[in-house]
Structures are given as C-alpha cells and as structure tokens.
Design a protein around this ligand. Structure first.
Ligand code: RIB
Length: 312
C-alpha cells in the first residue's frame, strides 16, 4: 500500500549561529546552506526513505520547481499530483539553527502552498485510493485539510493530522481523523490544558480523543512522547542520541508513524518506530536531508535493548 502526503513544500534557507540574535541586533552567522523543506515535503521524503511508495500533493512556484522536482525524483517521491503554480512563489522558510543546542527559529512565507485547491485534491483521487494512509499538516489552508480528510475518510483511509504549526481546529475535522500528532505546545493550545508533565499531557490527550480522534500522540521533545486512546495511555521515553538539529524532528516522527501504520504495525509499536525515526533525524543537520532510512531506524531500535514504553 502507499502513503499520500498533502501539504507544504519549501526551500529552507539555513543560517547557523552559536546563539540567537536579540531584537534589533545584527549577528554574523556560522555558515549558510539551502535545503529542500516544508513539512509536507519532509514527511513525504521521510516516508519514501523509510521504504514506502509515497505521493506528494501540493503546489510549488516556477522559481524553484527544477530544484524541488529533482529532489523528489532523487528521493523516489511520486510527483504526478504536484502542481506548478504560474503566479506564486514557492514557499520558503528562513531557519536560524543554534548549533550549540540544536534549537531553531523559523520564519515562513507559504507562497504557492496557500494556493492549493479542492480540485488539486480531487485530481489526486487515484493516489488517495491507492493509499492506506493520508498524512496532513497545517501549512496549507485549513479548508483544504478538512476537504482532504473528509474525502480520504469517505474512501476508508486512515488520516493522520500533524497539527503544525498550531492553529485552532474546527470541530468537524476531528471526525475524519484517526491519529492526531501535536507537540506539547500544539496540544496545549488545542485543548487549553497547560502541559507541564505526563499527567497533564494525558489530560490533553484525553480531551483530543473526546473530540473524536482514535489516537492522540503528543510529542514531548527531549522528554519522549505519549499515546492516548479511549482505552489506554502509554508513555514512550526518548531514545538517547546526540542532538545536532531538532528541525524536522516532528516530520521524521510523522513519517515513521505513517510508514509503520501503513505496514500494519499495531499503534503501540508504530509509536516506537516514530520515536526512533525522530531520534535519528535530530543527530543530523537539515530538516529533510537528515531524515533516516529504514535501516537506521531499525538499527537504533535494535541497539536500544533496554527501551521500555510505560503504561500510565
Ligand atoms: O518541520 C520543519 C519544516 O518546517 C522546515 O523544513 C520548514 O520549511 C518548515 O515548514
């Protein structure tokens, strides 16, 4: 089975720094690099690198079309349903990476991402029908996400929504979503629960499940992640790795989750895969270039013999 990712496609302009600038300050960087990026594109490349046939649905401008199409080609992502927008620029992200902590600050201009239409989604119906999993994020208009999730659910597909960057979600979308994957800040904003520890994260997860999703998986950065369903809550500790760049950790997590679910792994095991995928990613620089292969994810899981999720 395949995976269809509907979402943003960017060019990322990275500047490395050894501390973040303060307002009004001009700071010299420690190096500049251009990478392919965008949460949609990263998640699609992530799924493909992990070995699943993957489609990307979205829009790019003419300005970077050759660069991005080549990149998708090299990553084996099917671009049959990717549109080139004649009027708008490709979405871009300016990323400041703190090389000492691996933390980032990101500024986005969505450009063509925001011009995706319902017709673009309809045109990709064959990809949706071919797929077991449809993976969405919030860097395209929310109306398109609602439409895509409704269409996918009506075809019996599992929809994963990564609600990043955070926004308020209309209630109706929850009934089409099987799995929602906010980070701590997003989960707090979506539920109104101030997440300060595992019990408050469980409380937020339960609220999301009450909204209608089957599984709420909250990523907690260096503290691991948490899966909440109607029946249970499981805490997943982080894998121990050296952090180089946390940019794209969420994308690696969602790609790992989508691939594991597409292969029919039970959710409990799929979350281990997602955690391991994010852990490998953060050891490398570049949101997309640092995404792991299946071999790397399985290697980390194998080496972490004492890794033990905990039922809450
Ligand atoms: O999740 C990381 C991504 O967020 C970057 O690639 C950037 O383009 C932004 O969309």
């Amino acid at each position: 089975m395949c995976i269809t990712v509907i979402g943003s496609i960017h060019v990322d302009f990275y500047i490395k720094v050894d501390r973040f600038p303060v307002i009004g300050e001009t700071l010299f960087g420690k190096g500049f690099q251009i990478f392919p990026g965008g949460k949609g594109a990263n998640q699609a490349v992530g799924c493909s690198k992990l070995g699943e046939k993957t489609y990307i649905v979205g829009r790019i401008g003419k300005d970077f079309s050759e660069y991005l199409l080549n990149n998708f080609r090299n990553s084996n992502v099917d671009t049959k349903y990717l549109k080139i927008d004649d009027e708008h620029n490709t979405g871009v992200a300016f990323i400041i990476l703190n090389v000492n902590t691996g933390e980032n600050m990101i500024l986005i201009d969505p450009g063509a991402d925001y011009w995706i239409t319902e017709n673009d989604v309809n045109d990709a119906l064959n990809a949706i029908i071919d797929s077991k999993i449809i993976l969405l994020q919030l860097e395209i208009p929310i109306e398109i996400n609602i439409y895509a999730s409704m269409l996918a659910a009506s075809k019996g597909k599992k929809v994963i929504l990564n609600p990043a960057p955070v926004s308020t979600l209309p209630k109706e979308i929850f009934k089409y979503i099987e799995v929602i994957t906010p980070n701590r800040v997003e989960a707090s904003q979506l539920t109104g629960v101030d997440i300060t520890d595992i019990p408050t994260a469980v409380k937020a997860g339960k609220k999301l499940v009450e909204e209608g999703v089957k599984y709420a998986i909250i990523t907690l950065g260096s503290s691991g992640s948490l899966m909440v369903s109607l029946e249970k809550a499981i805490y997943y500790p982080p894998f121990k790795v050296n952090v180089a760049d946390t940019t794209g950790a969420g994308d690696a997590f969602n790609a790992g989750l989508a691939v594991a679910l597409s292969r029919g792994y039970p959710i409990e095991e799929a979350v281990i895969w997602a955690n391991a995928s994010a852990a490998v990613k953060i050891t490398k620089i570049g949101a997309q270039t640092g995404l792991p292969s299946r071999y790397e994810v399985e290697g980390l899981i194998r080496r972490s013999a004492d890794y033990q999720p905990k039922i809450i």
